[in-house]
Design a protein around this ligand. Structure first.
Ligand code: 6A9
Length: 789
């Protein structure tokens, strides 16, 4: 009985939240407490949409499609790489009051702008302005349908108000947090002062069975029976949302979960370019507004915000005074703005598992205010990405950083674990394949939030604008109990076999299938580690993360007047260069290295296997790749040269006079090893696994390509060693200039050429590859331009 009891109570631990007071008050994101940040473009997964920072917000958004084109189904809504847009993203966004986005579709460009106006008790008003212009290459001005929508997430109500037969002129509504509100759809015009353009109107009013279904509902309701007949042109049938209840509706109702249903209203306007349309949201409790935020008033407001944005950008990053060209500055503004415009507010439950659970469990519901790596491919929170994001965002708006970090720490469980990938809510879950959803509580991810905290502390002493950094101290005080537990979690669950060594848990187990079993938890996925995962391993990158973290723990504890000696002591031990050399310096490689049960003599071999009946393609022998091990593994250094071997340098653990720096700087600058004209490649050209795929279906990822987060750390470390007295100072300073220039030039020219910032860059051609737009850590290029480290 006791064993059973223990088991069931242990099995609940993984889903039990940490008991200390939350970093953020439960009402911290409400309109009352934080009206300026209530509404925002907190839906990074759609091209254009806004919501409030509430668990069940009213959602607003826009879809669009081109009429009379050859390809029928070009409905755009969620950001999809498959849409093959020429580019899209925020060109300006202050993370607070306004944003300007440009979306380049095939024959036309949509500019989507918003401005907020605070007033009343519910977060105030906002206005959207959509401007459409055809490209000069377009054979004739395209006819486009914009579909504006509002959707209630299980609570709140929406009512339609018609003008003429089928023009939805406005929506009035009510929700718990917004109170009464009104959304008005203005008619399309060519310019601010011109009269309305010819347009056709449609609308749809229905119930949505879940927020992840909005695109499908619109698609299923489309009908070709409508006629577009401009005064001076031919009549043509166009596609519109049908005003009648769509047929599928009854079917869907049968399976619908009434707890997830919500009102869903769509206003479609079909009009030829060029045009401009405004949509207004007016809050019922905002009773003394001076005027409506439309037309010339909207233009004035936009101009004012743009000017303020430009001033603030120059004040913080100083790119003009550094002599960057206007196009470079435009790029940097877009990179920052898209990270700001990529802030999301997510709400829901993770799916988690510990060794004590037979099946995954649902984590308690929670909120996450976070930046995302990529609006298209992974629009959700990733733990170690966020530390890098906040390095940039904290320069712009430290309050935003404090709130993001606060949210992450409030998701910590009683053990001190924070799930690595946050897939919260149905909308987020619908984008992730099943095998990636479950998060396991033995798995870590680099504690990069310490980097962001380090920046916040530095601002306390150096920042001239004291009002901005002052709230950091009380913030740290509230954070501290959780921070201690988080640090302790790493320090106890990720220890290695020798004293003061560390080991990532959660490596791939099925070693036959992979050339090298992956270590997703380290963040460096397929970067080569010991060929045979075992408890004998020790990982040099994790050692360095812990060395860094213990130091920042010591600083924060000291700042708060808390006991800090133990952290300091641990920091001294972990940064002891002799210990580091004992644990991780490989004389054979002349570089720092992981250690473990390892052999280099592995390869993927094509093997015929018999697939048992019941499996797809059974009874036919099929060929697949299986790992063959030609020499037995033994305990030894892994000897892979690449990002992992640089960590003692990257995180500045090495003393400036360490003779190891000589080897590191030489390997970095060697074009046959790590140096490329586009930044440092992740794995040396000389490594046997360089650009090797891990399985038939798994191309190389961290085995050659250039990644900007690690390159940022490298540039920053070079800056440090280049400004610190020592035998390698000059060498570091020279490399700093070269590496910085290479990275900036390549990320910039790829942006100009392709329209996007990318997840990684080819080490042989510099071409952007992987997911795009990727304005997560690749946007750290801005900090390299500004030389803010
Ligand atoms: C796969 C695909 C529609 C991988 O940037 C986020 C992470 C990094 O933290 C990590 O270091 N990326 C890097 O190695 C992307 C991870 C994407 C996993 C989701 C599902 C969705 O299909």
């Amino acid at each position: 009985f006791y064993a059973l009891y223990m088991r069931s109570s242990l099995s609940k631990r993984v889903v039990t939240l940490h008991p200390s007071p939350r970093v953020l008050d439960a009402n911290s994101t409400t309109a009352k407490v934080s009206s300026e940040r209530f509404w925002g473009s907190y839906r990074p997964q759609v091209y254009f949409g806004m919501k409030t920072r509430s668990p069940r917000s009213i959602l607003t958004g826009m879809m669009w499609m081109r009429q009379f084109s050859n390809s029928d189904m070009n409905l755009r809504h969620t950001c999809e790489q498959g849409d093959h847009l020429q580019g899209y993203g925020w060109l300006m966004h202050d993370g607070l009051t306004f944003g300007v986005q440009e979306i380049r579709d095939n024959d036309f460009t949509l500019t989507t702008e918003f401005v907020k106006r605070i007033g009343g008790d519910h977060g105030g008003d906002w206005t959207w302005r959509i401007t459409a212009k055809q490209h000069s290459s377009a054979p004739q001005p395209p006819v486009i349908s914009l579909m504006f929508y509002a959707a209630a997430d299980t609570q709140g109500s929406l009512h339609t108000h018609m003008e003429e037969r089928n023009r939805l002129a406005s929506i009035t509504g009510f929700s718990e947090e917004l109170g009464n509100f009104k959304i008005t759809f203005r008619k399309p015009v060519t310019g601010e002062l011109s009269s309305p353009k010819y347009a056709s109107y449609n609308y749809l009013q229905t119930l949505s069975p879940g927020l992840e279904k909005l695109t499908d509902i619109v698609k299923l309701s489309l009908n070709r029976r409508f006629v577009y007949s401009p005064p001076s042109g031919e009549k043509r049938h166009y596609i519109g949302v049908d005003t009648y209840k769509p047929h599928h509706h009854q079917n869907q109702q049968k399976h619908a979960d009434p707890r997830k249903e919500g009102d869903f209203v769509v206003h479609q306007v079909t009009v030829q370019t060029p045009f401009q349309i405004e949509v207004l949201f007016e809050s019922g409790s905002f009773t003394n507004r001076p005027n409506q935020l439309v037309g010339s008033i909207m233009t004035q407001e936009l101009e004012k915000r743009k000017a303020e944005f430009n001033l603030k950008f120059e004040k913080i990053f100083g790119l003009e005074s550094k002599g960057f060209s206007q196009t470079h500055i435009k790029f940097a503004k877009a990179a920052l703005s898209n990270m700001l415009g990529g802030m999301g507010y997510f709400y829901g439950e993770s799916v988690v598992q510990s060794v004590y659970n037979e099946y995954p469990l649902l984590y308690p519901e929670g909120a996450l205010f976070t930046a995302v790596p990529s609006r298209s491919f992974f629009p959700r929170g990733f733990l170690w990405d966020e530390g890098f994001h906040q390095l940039l965002l904290s320069k712009w708006d430290p309050q935003l950083t404090r709130e993001a970090i606060g949210h992450w720490f409030d998701l910590m469980n009683i053990e001190g674990w924070i799930p690595r990938e946050q897939i919260l809510g149905d909308e987020a879950r619908s984008k992730v394949p099943a095998e990636f959803i479950v998060q396991r509580n033995e798995n870590a991810n680099p504690p990069t939030l310490f980097l962001a905290l380090q920046e916040l502390i530095e601002q306390l002493t150096s920042r001239s604008d004291e009002a901005v950094s002052k709230p950091t101290l009380p913030f740290l005080r509230r954070l501290f109990p959780r921070l201690k537990t988080w640090f302790e979690w790493y320090n106890t669950t990720q220890t290695g076999p020798k004293p003061n060594s560390y080991r990532w848990r959660g490596r791939d187990k099925d070693t036959n299938l992979y050339l090298n079993p992956k270590t997703l938890t380290s963040g460096l996925d397929d970067y080569p580690r010991a060929s045979h995962p075992s408890a004998d391993e020790r990982h040099v990158d994790l050692h360095c993360w812990m060395a860094l973290s213990s130091g920042i723990m010591a600083s924060i504890a000291q700042l708060l007047g808390e006991p800090h000696e133990d952290y300091k002591l641990q920091h001294n031990v972990l940064t002891d260069n002799n210990l580091l050399d004992d644990l991780h310096w490989s004389e054979q490689l002349h570089a720092y290295s992981d250690y473990g049960n390892h052999t280099q003599n592995v390869s993927l071999q094509r093997e015929k296997v018999y697939v048992p009946p019941g499996q797809p393609r059974h009874q036919f022998p099929v060929a697949r790749l299986v790992r063959s091990v030609r020499r037995a593994p033994k305990l030894q250094y892994v000897n892979a040269l690449g990002y992992v071997s640089l960590f003692p340098f990257l995180l500045q653990i090495l003393q400036p006079d360490s003779s190891k720096l000589e080897h590191i700087l030489r390997d970095m600058r060697d074009p046959n090893k790590l140096w490329t004209p586009f930044g440092l490649r992740s794995l040396s050209k000389t490594d046997p696994l360089y650009m090797e795929r891990n399985t038939e279906h798994d191309p190389p990822y961290w085995r050659g390509p250039v990644w900007i987060n690690i390159n940022y750390l490298a540039v920053r470390a070079l800056y440090h060693y280049g400004n610190t007295e020592g035998p390698y100072q000059e060498k570091a300073a020279a490399l700093y200039k070269e590496l910085r220039t290479n990275i900036i030039n390549n990320v910039y020219s790829q942006y100009v050429e392709t329209g996007y910032v990318w997840e990684q860059y080819s080490d042989s051609t510099g071409r952007g590859q992987g997911s795009h737009p990727f304005t997560g850590w690749s946007s750290l290029t801005v900090l390299m331009m500004a030389e803010h480290y």
